[in-house]
Design a protein around this ligand. Structure first.
Ligand code: ZN
Length: 453
């Protein structure tokens, strides 16, 4: 067949009768190559699959067959993001319920054969038109589940494929483990969205691991289509796995992804910060009505039954409220260089030039006690401390010692209704307690509500 007889065609125009065509597209996903012995002639054969896209609406799976060496060569040569020319492939109708390939829009599939088909890098300067397709999710932009829904409805979804839109929170270390006699690599990536953080996604595919180690916490946003979610009995929470059906779109150019990127750039990433942020932004503290004793809060926080945070209304006496002690009650930071500064202004010369100001934030931990137990290290987030003390941290630092002492005695050893949000202990860390609301109560109310077990 002469090259002149070959015409260029798009994925949308393919039919089972298409012949002698050239197709140009960008590789948006690839699977690991496999080799096996043919049942027909006993010869070793290799197979490799990848997904090709040539327009926002059109993407297709390609299956390449050949000797194991050739297939290994192909799969190591071409990577996600490459724009390729493919000629002399066969077109077949796609199997609708294929569990071993990503879901695509084309009803066709391309079969590439070592003996008759050719692939090479596209040699024209229109790559940009194709590579911009790498930022379009392969599912409708709003077709994804929130991480909090996956956590809450976890066990119902276990074993299923779903889509998520997330920002990278942490990229772990690549670990090597042996499984069924094979040496495998695995990488855990922790992701977040606006509803939840700390969701673990495992990656077993080597090429995908190479992509993932480039991802940047807070900056990389990912649309993950068809990742498998399942209950992890070791971690006691829902986790995701990137598999052969998954397509990962990096930094999608959608409105939803831009909004998440904006959120992730400044979202809290440490457990205590996350829980403080939740406590500080809880819209209706009065909806926390489940009364718990200090002992039952501690018991649930250490039970290991779930890693999901919970809320509690605790009737307890404020046992420590160290407003005049040695601990730093107020943090002061320069608003320009973000360094901690003494109560004056930043001494950094460039900050002085820019007219930097000092920002004050409460940093208060209290203890709550009833006759069952004592809850130590409960954080009062800045806005909660402001409303409890009736003044901003900026004004607090101006108070005299005697004024601080009298403010302290407004709460110390007094009976309160304390609304808390609690992040249970995990394998990585201790539980975190954050106060959503702290209200003085009368002896009568306290006596009628406090739990005795
Ligand atoms: Zn400064």
């Amino acid at each position: 067949m002469s090259a002149s007889g070959i015409r260029k065609i798009t994925i949308s125009n393919l039919s089972p009768n298409s012949q002698d065509f050239l197709i140009v597209g960008v590789i948006i996903a690839k699977r690991a190559p496999k080799s096996f012995y043919s049942r027909r002639d006993g010869n070793a054969r290799g197979v490799w699959g990848f997904t090709l896209r040539d327009s926002p609406a059109d993407y297709i799976n390609v299956t390449a067959w050949g000797s194991p060496d050739y297939i290994e060569f192909l799969s190591s040569t071409y990577k996600v993001g490459d724009v390729v020319d493919i000629t002399n492939t066969r077109v077949i109708t796609r199997n609708n319920d294929d569990q071993f390939q990503p879901t695509v829009t084309s009803c066709m599939e391309l079969v590439f054969n070592e003996d008759i088909s050719q692939i090479c890098l596209h040699d024209e300067d229109d790559w940009d038109g194709f590579t911009s397709l790498l930022h379009l999710p392969t599912k409708p932009p709003s077709n994804y589940l929130n991480l909090s829904d996956i956590k809450v409805h976890g066990k119902l979804l276990s074993g299923q494929h779903t889509n998520i839109l997330v920002a990278v929170q942490r990229v772990g270390e690549v670990r090597e483990i042996s499984k069924e006699g094979k040496e495998l690599k695995v990488l855990e990536v922790i992701v977040m969205d606006k509803t939840s953080a700390g969701f673990s996604v495992q990656i077993w595919d080597e090429d995908m691991i190479q992509r993932a180690i480039q991802w940047k916490p807070r900056y990389t946003v990912l649309f993950m289509s068809d990742i498998r979610v399942s209950w992890n009995t070791f971690k006691r929470c829902m986790c995701g796995t990137i598999g052969i059906k998954s397509i990962i779109t990096e930094n999608p150019s959608t409105r939803e992804a831009k909004s998440l990127a904006n959120y992730a750039s400044s979202a809290p990433l440490q457990s205590q910060d996350i829980i403080d942020n939740m406590a500080a932004n809880m819209p209706n503290p009065e909806t926390i009505v489940n009364v718990m004793s200090c002992f039952s809060v501690i018991k649930q926080a250490f039970s290991g039954e779930s890693s999901e945070c919970f809320t509690a209304l605790v009737y307890a006496v404020v046992h420590e409220f160290d407003l005049d002690g040695l601990q730093n009650v107020v943090n002061s930071k320069c608003n320009t260089c973000n360094e901690t500064v003494p109560f004056t202004t930043c001494e950094n010369s460039s900050c002085i030039m820019k007219g930097a100001k000092t920002l004050f934030n409460y940093n208060i931990r209290i203890s709550l006690m009833d006759h069952t137990a004592k809850l130590i290290n409960c954080r009062l987030p800045d806005n909660v401390a402001t409303s409890v003390l009736g003044m901003q941290a900026e004004s607090f630092v101006q108070l005299s010692e005697s004024q601080r002492i009298s403010l302290k005695w407004k709460y110390l050893l007094k009976k309160t209704a304390s609304r808390l949000v609690i992040l249970p202990a995990t394998k990585e860390g201790s539980p975190c307690f954050s106060v959503v609301d702290l209200t003085l109560v009368t002896f009568q109310e306290y006596a009628s509500k406090v739990l005795i077990y």
